[in-house]
Design a protein around this ligand. Structure first.
Ligand code: MGD
Ligand code: MGD
Ligand code: SF4
Ligand code: MO
Length: 741
């Protein structure tokens, strides 16, 4: 009675690599997933997570019906009842004071169309100052440095890893993570090719990771000191008269100011802080200058520290002063198919601090406040204290600092609603949980990642299965309408139509717009066959840099054309885009923006301090994990315990710790216990624990994850020190005491 097997081509929604998958289905079952050998970008590459998409889909713990908390227990209800409950309990709080309702957006929002398109009206209608997201435990420093240097926080240069001859990589481990802020399916293969063509890979990481093992050079830096190292590399380039802007000289401001600002940071002065030799630092800098092309790329380990924005800025400044900005093999600006044009070369620029958080007075960044201060905003009484919370695809109890405190704060809220697929450590506090249909039941296009991709690529995947319930787009639209006072049963097609019309009007109205002079109704009628997010996506692509312009260029792209190319369309290697890609008021790259210049003084003060001593904690990722939420997929959890404390044998013997025995790890804010794993590959003085574990909480419903519970490393992450420019949390380099438990 076996049903016919069907094959679907589909972009993997799980990480930033955007691999093409070949999904085999029988009826509503996924029977097999493998890499799509014909995918124009990933060419058959796949990782163990992608192949388990079927197991994720079939996970009996994945929610299919809404849950409402009654007398402390979650019970299943239908969607109408769930929305009526939200209306009855959330609206009165909102009507009193909109900022008493906080919104937290988690990582998977950037992995689906709904999160990119329909979160916006929800934010607008909520109108709260208390907006939080996973960005402030992640990449916010890159947004800030890019905003200050290039004028827009989304204008992020990516390393052109397919053509570079020299890659200096810091605080990233793409052999486990598959890359971030650098979309490159088969990152490992691309690094191997770099070396095969005679290029050089230099990795800076306190651990000798699998990525470091692949490199020509590995430098085991002391955590939290990348900014010092990178600024010192800049100093060397100026001191050795090797700084040169190359082809972009006309588009760059501030070279002389940069030279003087970095002059105190000599290798001799930073070396004791970084735990590296001055000669190694000097040589790292000269290699960048001498290579035919070179690029500096830093990620989580470089960003999630208290000088994350400085480090992020310094990386791009280095690519710039070695003549490698905006040229093949250097740091380049992708141009996505859905981008709203090539750019104008000048704009309003980027500001932070338009308002401040109430309790600790952190500046707003991109409309957000640091997630590390959400607990303060709930706990501290006052007119604007947070009394209700909406989470969309996030698990801050495990992913944000001081998880235990956040957990307790959530329990005190008057009302909480979560749009999520699991009943987990965070959503167990929700009074209402709204589960969206699976990603396999939704269309897919990577709005977030084609803008940070190492080739310009476009790939659209239609749903694999018909939906069994409301899509994420629909749920978010309904929530936005509810919050806007339109009632619990509002017709979401009204919002879809309004958004589509608004988008078309923006393309038709402005002078210089893609469809300037065309008729709105004509365009809308050309879209009649498409609904909601798909129609909007079609408009973006057809009015984008490669689009058909609704008839203006018959060979151009449209959603229809993407549908006809299920393995994607390759739009070629990255092209130089300066100065058009800029939106600074000066129309130039700002090499030393004022906020950076000021923050450099804080960094300079560190040169006179004695180097920090004592054990520090860093994180790590494992190929078969995905932050906190894929530990319930049994095939991915096979093998050894992953939530272990890695420690160098010398440190272990000094502290009396034995392999496999429990150790207690204590920071300023808490203490946890984890089994010891002796590890020669970690720098002495550094210990490492992965994040995303701690699945033994009462009230969560994660059968498999519970068997591999582990411990929440963020219970000891200190929420007090933040990167001042971005509000990003410090997740690496946390001072800890370790002892036998
Ligand atoms: N110590 C330490 N902490 C870290 C990090 C670290 O390196 N070290 N890394 C940080 C980083 S980079 C990030 S991005 C954050 C992540 O922080 P979060 O986004 O808060 O956490 P995730 O574990 O990604 O949780 C994702 C949530 O989305 C739900 N979900 C999954 N798929 C869907 C879907 O399709 N729709 C909806 N609505 N929900 C879905 C899951 O059930 C889960 O609840 O963690 C950060 N925390
Ligand atoms: N398998 C898997 N893949 C994932 C994820 C996952 O959880 N699992 N999460 C996804 C997400 S949301 C993100 S943002 C990306 C992150 O992708 P990556 O940035 O590649 O993240 P990690 O693999 O955590 O690598 C960070 C490295 O920084 C090192 N490090 C720690 N502190 C310092 C420091 O002070 N200086 C330097 N130089 N290095 C330091 C750590 O030892 C670690 O090897 O991964 C994504 N991909
Ligand atoms: S590398 Fe990322 S995108 Fe590719 S299969 Fe694995 S999880 Fe999916
Ligand atoms: Mo992330």
């Amino acid at each position: 009675m076996s049903e016919a097997t069907r094959v679907h081509y589909r972009t993997c929604p799980l990480c930033e690599a955007t691999c093409g998958l070949e999904v085999h289905t029988e009826g509503r079952r996924v029977v097999r997933v493998r890499g799509d050998a014909d995918d124009v970008f990933s060419r058959g590459y796949v990782c163990p997570k992608g192949t388990q998409l079927g197991a994720l889909y079939a996970d009996p713990d994945r929610l299919s019906r809404p849950l409402v908390k009654r007398d402390g227990r979650h019970v299943e209800v239908d969607f109408d009842e769930a929305f009526r409950e939200i209306e009855a309990r959330l609206l009165p709080i909102l009507e009193g004071n909109r900022s008493q309702v906080a919104l937290y957006l988690g990582n998977p929002n950037v992995h689906n169309i709904a999160g990119s398109i329909y979160v916006r009206p929800l934010i607008q209608q909520l109108g709260t100052k208390n907006l939080y997201s996973a960005s402030t435990v992640d990449q916010m420093p890159k947004h800030v440095s890019a905003g200050l240097m290039f004028g827009n926080p989304g204008t992020i240069p990516v390393p052109d890893i397919d053509r570079t001859q020299h890659l200096l990589m810091l605080g990233a481990n793409p052999l486990e993570s598959n890359g971030s802020l650098c979309t490159a399916p088969d990152f490992p293969g691309r690094l191997k090719s770099l070396r095969e063509r005679g290029g050089r890979l230099v990795v800076v990481d306190p651990r000798r990771t699998r990525t470091a093992a692949l490199a020509d050079e590995h430098h085991a830096i002391r955590p939290g000191t990348d900014a010092l190292l990178l600024v010192s590399l800049l100093q060397v380039l100026f001191a050795e008269e090797r700084a040169s802007l190359g082809d972009v000289a006309d588009c760059v401001d501030g070279l002389a100011e940069l030279e003087s600002a970095v002059s105190p940071f000599t290798p001799e002065r930073v070396a004791p802080h970084c735990g590296l030799a001055p000669e190694a630092i000097r040589s790292m800098a000269l290699q960048l200058a001498e290579a035919p092309s070179a690029v500096v790329y830093g990620r989580i380990g470089t960003h999630t520290v208290d000088t994350g924005t400085l480090a992020s800025w310094a990386a791009d400044a280095l690519s710039t002063v070695t003549g490698n900005l905006d040229r093949p093999g250097g740091a380049m600006f992708p141009l996505a198919a859905h981008a709203s044009g090539e750019g104008r070369g000048r704009g309003r620029g980027f500001q932070i601090g338009r308002w401040k958080s109430r309790v600790r007075e952190f500046p707003e960044v991109r409309g957000e406040l640091p997630i590390a201060t959400l607990a303060d905003e709930i706990e501290t009484p006052g007119e604007d204290s947070v009394r209700a919370l909406v989470t969309v695809a996030g698990n801050p109890v495990l992913s944000a600092p001081e998880g235990e405190r956040l957990d307790a704060a959530f329990a005190e809220l008057d009302f909480m609603v979560s749009v999520d697929v699991y009943l987990n450590e965070t959503t167990r506090h929700a009074d209402v949980i709204l589960p969206p249909a699976s990603p396999l039941e939704s269309p897919h296009y990577d709005l977030a990642f084609y803008g940070i991709s190492v080739r310009n690529v476009a790939n659209y995947s239609p749903p694999v299965f018909e939906t069994s319930g409301p899509s994420e787009s629909d749920l978010l639209a309904r929530l936005a309408l509810l919050v806007a006072g339109q009632g619990a049963d509002a017709d979401t097609s009204v919002l879809h139509d309004m958004m589509l019309r608004g988008l078309v009007e923006s393309k038709v109205g402005r002078e210089g717009a893609a469809l300037a002079g065309r008729d709105v109704e004509e365009i809308l009628s050309a879209l009649e066959d498409r609904q909601g997010a798909e129609a909007m996506l079609d408009v973006m692509i057809r009015t984008g840099p490669y689009g058909d312009g609704f008839g203006q260029d018959p060979d151009g792209l449209s959603l229809e054309k993407l549908e006809a190319n299920p393995h994607g369309i390759d739009l070629g290697p990255l092209q130089p885009r300066l100065p058009r890609a800029l939106s600074t008021p000066s129309g130039k790259v700002e090499l030393l923006p004022e906020p950076i210049r000021e923050d450099l003084r804080r960094l300079e003060a560190r040169l006179d301090e004695s180097p920090r001593e004592g054990l520090v904690l860093v994180g790590r990722r494992h190929l078969r994990s995905n932050n906190s939420w894929m530990h319930n997929v049994a095939p991915l959890m096979k093998g050894r315990d992953r939530c272990t404390l890695q420690i160098h044998p010398d440190d272990a013997s000094r502290l009396g710790l034995e392999d496999g025995k429990p150790a207690s790890i204590e920071s300023r804010v808490g203490r946890i216990t984890a089994p010891v794993e002796l590890c020669d590959d970690i720098r002495p003085g550094v210990v490492s624990l992965p994040h995303g574990f701690g699945h033994d909480t009462e009230g969560a419903s994660l059968t498999v994850a519970r068997e591999h519970a582990g411990v929440n490393s963020n219970r000891i992450t200190d929420g007090r020190p933040l990167d001042p420019l971005s509000g990003n949390a410090v997740l690496n380099g946390i001072p800890v005491e370790v002892a036998p438990a």
